[in-house]
Design a protein around this ligand. Structure first.
Ligand SMILES: [Zn+2]
Length: 98
């Protein structure tokens, strides 16, 4: 009689554990689903305006075949070497006459 009681307790524990594991798996799946909704950001390539240096999405940029620009006006003005003027300005080279 004791063996049957022990067996039924073991079976009961087994079912309770199985139920708990299912609940945990469900909860985790739901959490993943909920957080996964905004998981794929619209990653868009950013390009830099060759004239003023601002960054903008590639889809909004103007492209003249060599450089990207933020606006048609800057495309017409052409590229301005921002890296050169800000960082690597060479003092031995005189500025171009205006
Ligand atoms: Zn610009």
């Amino acid at each position: 009689m004791q063996a049957i009681l022990l067996l039924s307790i073991v079976i009961l524990i087994y079912f309770v554990l199985r139920y708990l594991i299912n609940v945990i798996i469900d909860a985790r799946a739901r959490l993943k689903e909920e957080s996964g909704e905004g998981d794929e950001p619209e990653s868009q390539a950013m390009v830099r305006c060759a004239h003023c240096g601002i960054h903008l999405p590639q889809s909004e940029a103007y492209y003249d075949g060599q450089h990207t620009y933020c606006s048609e006006g800057h495309m017409q003005k052409g590229p301005k070497d921002l890296e050169f003027t800000s960082k690597n300005a060479n003092p031995t080279v005189p500025p171009p006459p205006h």
